[in-house]
Design a binder for this molecule. Structure first.
Ligand code: BES
Ligand code: MN
Ligand code: MN
Length: 458
């Protein structure tokens, strides 16, 4: 009965649920770029109002030295369990704009998908929780208390959220932290993410001569920082796909063979994966499958590299400096600060005479795994089975949500990563999108999570 009321409510309100998400997607809440600070704040304000409209008793913007955290709650009975929802309302920059088929902040639906920056990561997924709350309130089926913590700095490393969590330990007490900010295998094979990689992110600068030089007058006689940097970078990963930094793998947790077998039995289609990316072959560490390479093995990638002349035509120049931004994705039990230190000393040590190297660390985060034997995981599994008609498979995602490890450490609450995105949703890329089906099915699955969680708890 209750279930029909819920699906009927979602069905009747589909257009409004989409319109409201579109309003959020229209505000360019790019946390990385100061130019958008006003828009980030505006988005926080809208999220707060929507939480109140959805049925929260209170909602507020909590100031931080950066962008505010939106906190909201609905406490129906302190004796009942409490679900704490985490999500983020900030988005990645939309650049390069010219590669979008429609403007990133003018959402449109095409082929049953919502196209906009943040459609999947994470406004679309975060807003499903707001609409799930409203659905439960309006149909009289909210079975427990709810708290929302929606931050505006996830895409820049959640640097102020850690302090917020520590200072609000009491207020954030609950029985589970529910997050929709990850992927599933496919709409035919629902899955629950049980692992996230950590991140160490550094910027490097190689300096050669004291000024840009004529590449004919000096070429071949003076170290060229770009040549040097390329060589240094290419030496960081060997022919077997192993990272060469001494000590890098010392703490990497080896995953038991049974777990690897289970992971590889997932219905992952390598051909579809390659087709989606337009590549004819995958690559990576020898001895591991694609799912293992992103799920349980670390990786080192250059995210950007620049220097010298890149304008039109040819300028003959031997540049004074070269730069690169490098990310290292980490797995349990690597520590991001330790890895940054190992990188820094090794990278500095391999610099040849004739150049100077500077390494600047950026934000990072610890890897995290979530339990598959908790009540919360069981409830998530039952919710998927009921809504999608299939048992979800546990998977490990390659992306990072830095605050998850801190939630475990400070709040000691189980985390469930109930993500509804697909790897092909192009998050962080041009033409990011999110399935209309996933949006509505996600709302339904979330309401079922509450039902199963509360009944398992009692
Ligand atoms: N939602 C993503 C992380 C993600 C994506 C996890 C897909 C699992 C599957 C999140 O918004 C993100 O992009 N995180 C950043 C880390 C941050 C420090 C910039 C990342 O992974 O690069
Ligand atoms: Mn995200
Ligand atoms: Mn992201």
């Amino acid at each position: 009965m209750e279930k029909e009321a819920i699906t009927a409510y979602i069905e009747e309100n589909k257009q409004r649920f989409l319109d409201e998400l579109f309003d959020l997607l229209r505000i360019p809440s790019v946390s990385a770029d100061e130019k958008f600070t006003g828009d980030v704040l505006k988005t926080a304000g809208v999220v707060k109002s929507r939480l109140l409209e959805a049925g929260c008793d209170k909602a507020e913007l909590v100031e931080t030295p950066g962008h505010p955290v939106v906190y909201g709650e609905k406490i129906i009975d302190p004796g009942l369990p409490t679900v704490v929802v985490y999500g983020h309302y900030d988005v990645q920059p939309a650049d390069p704009y010219e590669l979008w088929d429609s403007p990133p902040f003018e959402p449109v639906i095409k082929d049953e998908k919502i196209y906009a920056r943040g459609a999947c990561d994470d406004k679309g997924q975060m807003y499903m929780h707001v609409k799930a709350l409203q659905t439960m309130v309006e149909t009289g089926s909210l079975p427990c208390n709810v708290k929302f913590m929606i931050e505006g700095e996830e895409e820049v490393g959640s640097s102020h959220l850690a302090a917020f969590v520590r200072q609000n330990k009491e207020r954030l007490q609950g029985d589970v932290i529910l997050i929709s900010d990850t992927s599933m295998i496919s709409n035919d094979h629902p899955s629950i993410c049980v692992g996230l990689r950590g991140l160490s992110y550094v910027e490097v600068e190689v300096t050669g001569p004291n000024r840009d030089l004529h590449s004919g007058v000096y070429g071949g006689a003076v170290a060229n920082p770009i040549n040097v940097l390329s060589k240094m970078i290419s030496s960081l990963v060997d022919d077997k796909g192993r990272i060469t930094i001494p000590g890098f793998y010392d703490k990497v947790a080896e995953v038991p063979v049974e777990e690897r077998a289970a992971m590889n039995s997932a219905p992952f289609n390598l051909q579809a994966y390659k087709d989606d990316l337009g590549i004819d072959e995958v690559m990576g560490e020898e001895g591991y499958t694609t799912l293992e390479r992103t799920g349980i093995r670390p990786a080192l990638d250059v995210n950007g590299i620049w220097g010298g002349y890149t304008g039109e035509g040819a300028k003959t120049v031997l540049p004074a400096k070269a730069h690169a931004k490098i990310s290292m994705r980490l797995v349990p039990n690597q520590n991001n600060e330790e890895i940054t230190r190992l990188f820094t000393s090794y990278f500095t040590s391999i610099a040849p005479a004739g150049v100077k190297v500077k390494v600047t660390p950026h934000h990072g985060g610890q890897p995290a795994v979530t339990k598959t034997n908790s009540l919360a995981y069981k409830a998530a599994s039952q919710a998927f089975a009921e809504a999608w008609g299939k048992e979800p498979i546990p998977t490990r995602d390659g992306g990072s949500i830095p605050i998850v490890a801190l939630f475990k450490e400070v709040l000691e609450t189980d985390v469930v990563l109930l993500g509804f995105g697909l790897d092909s949703d192009a998050i962080h890329s041009p033409n990011e999108h999110y399935g209309v089906f996933n949006y509505f099915k996600g709302i339904e699955t979330i309401t079922l999570f509450y039902k199963h969680f509360v009944s398992l708890k009692s």
